[in-house]
Design a protein around this ligand. Structure first.
Ligand code: GAP
Length: 512
């Protein structure tokens, strides 16, 4: 299956099994807006719990808040979003379709990378065990030709990005012969800036209404509450404030399912520190966040850092944690050293003093900030795309399984009476009653046991518990493991412990 096909299968699977639905579907949907179904919401909540507890429980100096989506409009002037939160847009005059110029170029670069990788794979197949990838990349003429092309376009792109040189963006697109996927032509307009914030009005009459914005990041809600939390929590530097909440961006190139949405959720943490210590803390948080990801067991090689060459208007160091999505390595999380840009500007724009009195040195200063920022939805996509597998079984059949890390699985155990009679449903219901306070369990009695196993595999349930006639006699049940499909007989009294060992979130947190 190609990566594209795999992605289509994933989108269909998410809908079929109640993870993710297109929003407003009965009205033909709303572009780049998605709803979470009965399975999706459980997965999302588990991801949020893993993040929230890793931040606030494992760090005594990090506390949480929940600030509002609506905020004073001056906040977005102070943060730089009114002036600088723009995407470079380009239109194709034939198809009338609009694109992000930077994304067109990045996709083009991605395709060159793909070509190089294909050559490498060909070499690997040809030379077998003796294959030396590094040497092949240094010597193969096809790879070298593609690499030279990549380097040339990439260095022009980075320079154009650094200088905000929109004419050069267009020139790169023309020189590379990048065409509109709809019209297939190179008939492009100039590149223009487009602000990504959604606005609405607050107030009951049109006259008295004020234009306000739907927040494009949750971080500003933390900055403007810095003093409240520091004072009421008697927090001493270094300390952090964590928040999970919705953010909104009028993304022009909104695609790749829930990767880029117009309404999405962020998990952000601002860590306030003494100026001058920021690069040390930046390193600490880069590593800590990578560890949080790798700890889930989805393969360390599926993550990589991508240090920013062009820094955002607020940063003096920044990196992305990229994940190997079905469409290649892409940003999953950002770690940014934001200096005192935000607190400094809020001090200026609000006229309120935002400083920290350091009891150790007797100085007052505006703290610096390290930010970690991850999209919940991107994390959901990372987990689902990594977990979805089609497996060939020994008997020649195939099964679709979601091998979601067990503590994140929406349903932890399914309780299945073998037949719908002879007292088995009643016994199974008792097992449910025993387990439901500790784990999200599902009771299912419809269809053959094989079909029920397949349904539970497809939603990623780590354990299936089957109640049969022997259960009534010996008080034991058959427990089937999702990943190995191995079955073992377990007394009902030992079920809770067995399940807990695999699915308890605290075991994951203890490994951090
Ligand atoms: N406060 C910093 C900030 O918002 P960002 O790199 O623009 O930084 C942080 O966003 C994270 O939010 C990204 O790494 C990504 O996971 C998520 N994100 C950003 N835009 C998104 C979108 N349109 N749809 C889904 N997730 C998005």
């Amino acid at each position: 299956m190609t990566q594209d096909e795999l992605f289509k299968v994933l989108v269909a699977h998410c809908k079929e099994y109640g993870f993710i639905f297109p929003s407003s579907e009965i009205y033909d949907g709303l572009a780049a807006v998605y709803d979470y179904g009965q399975m999706g919401v459980e997965l999302k909540n588990n991801i949020k719990q893993y993040w929230w507890n890793a931040m606030t429980r494992l760090n005594e100096n990090i506390v949480g808040i929940d600030s509002c989506i609506f905020m004073h409009p001056r906040i977005w002037e102070a943060s730089g979003h009114v002036g600088a939160f723009n995407d470079p847009l380009i239109d194709n005059k034939d198809s009338k379709k609009r694109y992000r110029a930077d994304v067109l170029i990045e996709d083009y670069l991605g395709k060159i990378e793909e070509k190089m990788n294909k050559e490498v794979e060909k070499g690997r197949k040809k030379f077998g065990e003796a294959f030396d990838e590094a040497k092949f990349r240094e010597t193969n003429p096809n790879v070298l030709r593609e690499k030279a092309r990549y380097d040339e376009v990439h260095s022009r792109y980075v320079k154009a990005e650094q200088n905000n040189d929109f004419a050069e963006y267009r020139q790169i697109i023309m020189d590379c012969g990048i065409v509109c996927p709809i019209s297939g032509t190179c008939n492009w307009t100039d590149v223009r800036q487009f602000n990504l914030m959604f606005s609405t009005s607050m107030g009951s009459t049109a006259d008295g209404a004020n234009t306000i914005y739907l927040r494009p990041e949750t971080a500003q809600g933390i900055f403007v509450n810095y003093l409240n939390v520091q004072k009421t929590g008697r927090m001493k530097l270094p300390f952090g404030i964590a928040q999970i909440g919705k953010a909104f961006r009028n993304e022009i190139v909104a695609r790749q399912f829930i990767f880029r949405m117009r309404e999405f959720e962020q998990m952000e943490m601002q860590f306030f520190i003494k100026p001058g210590t920021e690069l040390d803390w930046f390193k600490v948080w880069k590593e800590k966040r990578m560890q949080w990801h790798v700890n889930l067991g989805m393969g360390a090689l599926n993550y990589r850092f991508h240090d920013h060459e062009k820094l955002a208007h607020y940063a003096n160091a920044a990196t992305d944690i990229e994940f190997n999505f079905p469409f290649g390595f892409k940003e999953l999380e950002g770690v940014h050293s934001r200096t005192d840009f935000d607190l400094g500007n809020h001090q200026k724009f609000s006229g309120k003093k935002i400083q920290y009195y350091d009891p150790e040195t007797g100085e007052s200063y505006t703290p610096y900030v390290i930010e970690t920022s991850i999209g919940v939805d991107r994390m959901v996509l990372a987990v689902l795309s990594h977990s979805l597998k089609e497996e060939k079984l020994d008997n020649g059949e195939t099964r679709t399984v979601l091998s979601i890390p067990a503590p994140l699985a929406p349903v932890k155990a399914a309780v299945l009476p073998l037949v719908k009679k002879d007292g088995l449903p009643e016994f199974a219901q008792k097992v449910m009653d025993e387990l439901k306070y500790d784990f999200n369990c599902q009771y299912e009695e419809k269809d053959s046991i094989g079909k029920r196993y397949r349904r539970q595999d497809a939603i990623g349930t780590p354990f299936c518990i089957t109640v049969d006639h022997d259960s009534l006699v010996d008080g034991s049940v058959t427990v089937r493991d999702r990943d190995t499909m191995a079955q073992e007989r377990v007394p009902v009294t030992e079920l809770r412990k067995l399940i807990d060992e695999r699915v308890n979130m605290n075991n994951l947190l203890r490994k951090l």
